[in-house]
Design a protein around this ligand. Sequence first.
Ligand code: HEM
Length: 214
Amino acid sequence: MVAPRPSRRSLVHRKQTSSTTSTWTGARLLSHPTFLAAVVEEQKQIVKKYGDQIDYSILLEMETLHCCIKVLRMHPPTASLFRKVHKSFIVNTKEGTQYEIPKGHTIASPMLFNNNIPSIFKDPGVYDPTRFRPGREEDKAGGKFCFTVFGGGRHSCLGEAYAYMQIKVIWSHLLRNFELELVSPFPEMDWSKIMPVPKGKVMVTYKRRSVPST
Ligand code: HEM
């Protein structure tokens, strides 16, 4: 039996979402020394505990880095998700208004707007990965559809766990081995692309370092 070949669109999705999210994760961290120090410290603790050999279960322990990858809230993979309505339904708003959503219509769920609702994400304009830590978990506190950067429902992203793993492998390696400094201005988002990538180049200087393993 021959396995079906993945479409070009799906290959682009896998590569571009992960590489763009890695870039935003780095650009934000390198612009926020306190959070950068926290992720480097996490790497030191991991190296102290396990040495230099990283496996999947160790990546799962990198909670601070995991929260930083949720930079996706500010830099989502797309502005909106779309769904075709197969069955009419009613939406009741918090304010008490009712809307009927008729069968056959297309619904847009504006991710960019949803990720910035102040009643769910405190001070939404602020980069603060600790909002995702246990105790706050703002991405879960507002219900299962309040943080849809990986989509939602039946067609949500099949690569979510893999994407976190990939990005953690990249950043864990960089943080352990290099002192990095962002030397270009923090990039604007380029909205001319389906997935908003950084506009222009993101320039970083690097110096080798080794996170001590004892
Ligand atoms: C940071 C990285 C990624 C982000 C932000 C992301 C985000 C998304 C989003 C928003 C959707 C649409 C979901 C929906 O309409 O509800 C999606 C679909 C999908 N993603 Fe990802 N993705 C990422 C990486 C990956 C990777 C690495 C893979 C595969 C290895 C992957 C495989 C898929 C597949 C197969 C679908 C289609 C699911 C379906 O239609 O049933 N994604 N992704």
